[in-house]
Design a protein around this ligand. Structure first.
Ligand code: P1T
Length: 378
C-alpha cells in the first residue's frame, strides 16, 4: 500500500462492538473478567489499551516495522531504550542530539553506571573508532537537533551488525514520511510523537518501532513495568493526526525549502542549515536516505543582538519550545532546547548565541518570510 493509504487505514479496523469507523477512545483503567483467569485479552489499562494498540500498529506500519511500543513522552521512549542495557555498558551517541536527550544521558543515567561516548556521527568512522569492549548500543539522531547534521544510516546499521550492537535512530525530525531507518537495517526507530506525528501541538508522546521480536518483548515488558504510558485520548489524537501526515509533511517540506532559500539568498543570515540546500555538506546523503528534507531550518545571524531582535519581534512565528506542529515556532537553542548542554560543547557544535531554529509550519510562505524580514527590520 502507499503511505497515505497505510496512514489512513493501517492498524484500524471498524470497532468490533459497533462498527464505528473511527477507533474509539477506550477511556478505561481496567477491564471486567468473566471469571478468575478468564478475560478478553485486556486486563489493566497500563498493560493494554485498544486505542493505544491501534496507534502503535499504525505508526509501526508507517515506519515499515512490525511493532510499536508507545510512551508518555519522547524522552520516556529514549529512557526505555536504555532499559535494554545494564550498569557498566557503554553507548555511542551522536554528539549533537536534542538537549533533553543529552541531559537524560549525561546528568541522570550516568549516575546509574551507564557510560556515554559522544562522537561526530556525520563521519561514521568516528562511531567504529569509538567502539569499546563494553559498547552495547549506538544512538544517532539524523538530522540532528538543531544543527541538521546527517548520519549515514546504512553505514551505521552495517557497523552495528558487524560488532553485534543495538542500533537506534531518533527519527523525530523526518517522521516516517521522509525517512524509514529500519529499511536501512537500523534496529529501533524512535519518535517524539509530540512533533510531526501528532502535528497539532496538543499532546506529549513518544514511540519506539522495531521488527526484532526479542527487542519488542523487552521493551513491551518495560513499558508495563515502568509505566510511562500515553493516555487513550492522546493515542487517539495521534491516530487522528497520522491520517494527514503525508499532506502536512509535503507542505512543511515545500515551505521550509522556500524559507531556507530565502534566508540563504537574502544574506539576512550568515549561515543557513537545511539538508535541502545544495550548500549543505551532506546534501547527497540527504537525497539518498531521505525522501524530503523536512520542516526544520536553523540559521546563524552573526550577532546575539540581531538574533534577539528577530526572536522578540516576529508576529506569526511563536517563540516557544517544540516543533513539528501546523503553526510555525521559533526557538533559541542556546538557552531553550539546549540549555542543559555546557557552553563549550554548544559552541563546538555551532549552537552559538546567534543561532535561531525555525520550525516552519503550514502557513502561507509569503507571510512567514515577510514576518522574519519585518522582525529583522528589513
Ligand atoms: O518532548 P518529548 O516528547 O519528550 O520528546 C523529546 C525529544 C526527542 N527527540 C527529539 C529529536 C526531540 O526534538 C525531542 C523534543 N524536542 C523539543 C521539545 C524541541 O523543541 O526540540
Amino acid at each position: 500500500m502507499g503511505f497515505s493509504t497505510d496512514a489512513i487505514h493501517g492498524g484500524q479496523e471498524p470497532d468490533l462492538a459497533t462498527g464505528a469507523v473511527i477507533t474509539p477512545i477506550y477511556q478505561t483503567s481496567t477491564y471486567a473478567m468473566e471469571e478468575l483467569g478468564k478475560h478478553k485479552g485486556y486486563t489493566y489499562g497500563r498493560t493494554t489499551n485498544l486505542t493505544r494498540a491501534a496507534m502503535e500498529k499504525n505508526i509501526a506500519i508507517l515506519e515499515k516495522g512490525e511493532y510499536g511500543i508507545a510512551f508518555s513522552s519522547g524522552i520516556a521512549a529514549v529512557q526505555a531504550v536504555l532499559s535494554l542495557l545494564k550498569a557498566g555498558d557503554n553507548v555511542i551517541v551522536s554528539e549533537n542530539v536534542y538537549g533533553g536527550t543529552y541531559r537524560l544521558f549525561e546528568l541522570v543515567m550516568r549516575n546509574f553506571g551507564l557510560d556515554f561516548t559522544w562522537v561526530d556521527a556525520s563521519n561514521v568512522q568516528n562511531i567504529e573508532a569509538a567502539i569499546k569492549e563494553n559498547t552495547k548500543l549506538v544512538f544517532v539522531e539524523t538530522p540532528t537537533n538543531p544543527m541538521l547534521d546527517l548520519t549515514d544510516l546504512q553505514a551505521v546499521a552495517a557497523i552495528c551488525k558487524k560488532h553485534n550492537l543495538i542500533s537506534v535512530t531518533d527519527n523525530t525530525f523526518m517522521s516516517p514520511y521522509f525517512q524509514n531507518p529500519l529499511t536501512f537495517g537500523i534496529d529501533i526507530s524512535l519518535h517524539s510523537t509530540t512533533k510531526y506525528l501528532n502535528g497539532h501541538s496538543d499532546i506529549i508522546g513518544g514511540i519506539l518501532v522495531t521488527s526484532r521480536k526479542e527487542l519488542e518483548s523487552k521493551l513491551r515488558y518495560y513499558q508495563n513495568a515502568a509505566g510511562a504510558v500515553p493516555s487513550p485520548f492522546d493515542c487517539w489524537l495521534v491516530l487522528r493526526s497520522t491520517k494527514t501526515l503525508a499532506v502536512r509533511m509535503e507542505r512543511h517540506n515545500s515551505n521550509a525549502t522556500a524559507f531556507a532559500e530565502f534566508l540563504f539568498n537574502s544574506k539576512l543570515a550568515e549561515k543557513v542549515y537545511y539538508p535541502g540546500l545544495p550548500s549543505h555538506p551532506q546534501y547527497e546523503l540527504a537525497k539518498k536516505q531521505m525522501r524530503g528534507f523536512g520542516g526544520m531550518v536553523s540559521a546563524d545571524f552573526g550577532t546575539h543582538e540581531k538574533a534577539k531582535k528577530i526572536l522578540n519581534n516576529v508576529k506569526i512565528f511563536t517563540l516557544a519550545e517544540s516543533l513539528g506542529g501546523v503553526e510555525s515556532l521559533i526557538n533559541y537553542p542556546a538557552v531553550m532546547t539546549h540549555g542543559s548542554v555546557p557552553k563549550e560543547k554548544r559552541d563546538a557544535l555551532g549552537i552559538t548565541d546567534s543561532l535561531i531554529r525555525f520550525s516552519v509550519g503550514l502557513e502561507d510562505i509569503e507571510d512567514l518570510i515577510n514576518d522574519v524580514k519585518a522582525a529583522a527590520g528589513e
